[in-house]
Design a protein around this ligand. Structure first.
Ligand code: 13P
Length: 345
């Protein structure tokens, strides 16, 4: 294991004032988002959309890394440049989703386990040769009646640790994503308990597999009230309960924490991340930033709608959300920033 290379990459991903842009939606997920806006669900439209993102001027001001999808790293821009090359030219670190999706967990109705370990060593060698520096694996934990079970939490923690070890063997930084879903009517306390148990088990498994935490990035959910819960926690409560949970369960050696957005409204995701960094500035052992997909992309996707004449407006919206989240990374985001959606000339 090349520990220096892993640590250097992980630290570059956590660059001051920056976060990551997740654009690794699987074909099915990307198509569902396209369908909801009347965009044709074709490989060509996915190519055009990913090209739009990677061609956004100056996105690297606030984005340290892109999480790409296998289809994207094999596609080319209109002028023949590989899309992967566009990321590299912009000085943004390219990474890739490597799990093959969450499948039903046997004997455990309503729960999932993420697959993709078979053949992963060989895929990682190819990705490393292509210049991809980090890899993401998403596990899904659902809160409901009697769930999550130990079976689900342990199966997913074990798979995450096995994938993380394979990544580090290949010189690729693992971005481990145990996502406790916000769907449901559970309270924020229930989310906190499920998140803590998930993280506790995950770090135990990472230890057992010998994964180097200094060369690992954690991509978790924020601790939130369930979407259908009548009592919605305030921005301050979310920041406090999230940081309390992470202080208890995430070792100080971890290179950084980058939150997923999980379907939160874009501005609320920025406000919550901001509150964590504002309130706890200088008091946390790890940098805390973002790795959002929907909370960065959704406004841009709604503007683009598959029409070439909307590309510039969509890129402006992407830059704006990246800038707001870059400020939230520093604890300097304000609601006023939302009025000022300018891009540099
Ligand atoms: P969201 O920010 O939309 O939750 O996506 C993050 C991600 O990478 C999901 O795997």
């Amino acid at each position: 294991m090349n520990t220096i290379e892993l640590i250097t990459t992980a630290q570059a991903m956590m660059a001051e004032g920056k976060g990551l842009l997740a654009m690794d939606e699987s074909t099915g997920t990307c198509n569902r988002r396209f369908a909801s806006l009347g965009i044709p669900q074709t490989e060509e439209m996915r190519r055009q959309y990913r090209q739009l993102i990677l061609n956004t001027p100056n996105l690297g001001d606030y984005i340290s890394g892109y999480i790409l999808y296998d289809e994207t790293v094999r596609q080319k821009a209109d002028d023949g440049t590989p899309l992967l090359e566009l990321a590299k030219r912009a000085g943004v670190i390219p990474g890739i989703k490597v799990d093959t999706g969450a499948k039903d967990l046997a004997l455990h109705p309503g729960e999932k386990v993420t697959e993709g370990l078979d053949g992963l060593r060989e895929r990682l060698v190819e990705y490393s040769q292509m210049g991809l520096k980090f890899a993401k694996w998403r596990a899904v934990i659902t809160i409901g009646n009697g769930i999550p079970t130990r079976a689900c939490i342990e199966a997913n923690g074990h798979a995450l640790a096995r994938y993380a070890a394979l990544c580090q063997e290949a010189g690729i930084v693992p971005m481990v994503e145990p996502e406790v879903l916000m769907d449901g009517n559970h309270t924020i306390e229930q989310c906190c308990a499920a998140t803590e148990e998930t993280l506790h088990t995950l770090f135990d498994q990472l230890y057992v597999q010998g994964v180097l935490l200094e060369g690992t990035i954690l991509k978790p959910n924020m601790v939130l009230s369930g979407l259908e819960c009548a009592q919605q926690a305030s921005v301050e409560e979310v920041a406090e309960m999230t940081i309390d949970a992470f202080r208890r369960e995430v070792p100080a050696a971890v290179a950084g924490i980058v939150f997923l957005s999980g379907g939160q409204p874009s501005e609320l995701a920025s406000a919550r991340l901001n509150e964590m960094n504002r309130r706890y500035a200088g008091k946390l052992p790890w940098p805390v930033s973002f790795s959002f997909s929907r909370a960065i992309q959704q406004p841009a996707l709604e503007l683009w709608r598959g029409d070439a004449k909307n590309v510039a407006a969509a890129q402006k919206a992407l830059y704006h959300r990246a800038r707001c989240n870059g400020a939230a990374r520093r604890g300097e985001y304000t609601a006023d920033m939302e009025k000022d959606a300018e891009v540099p000339a």
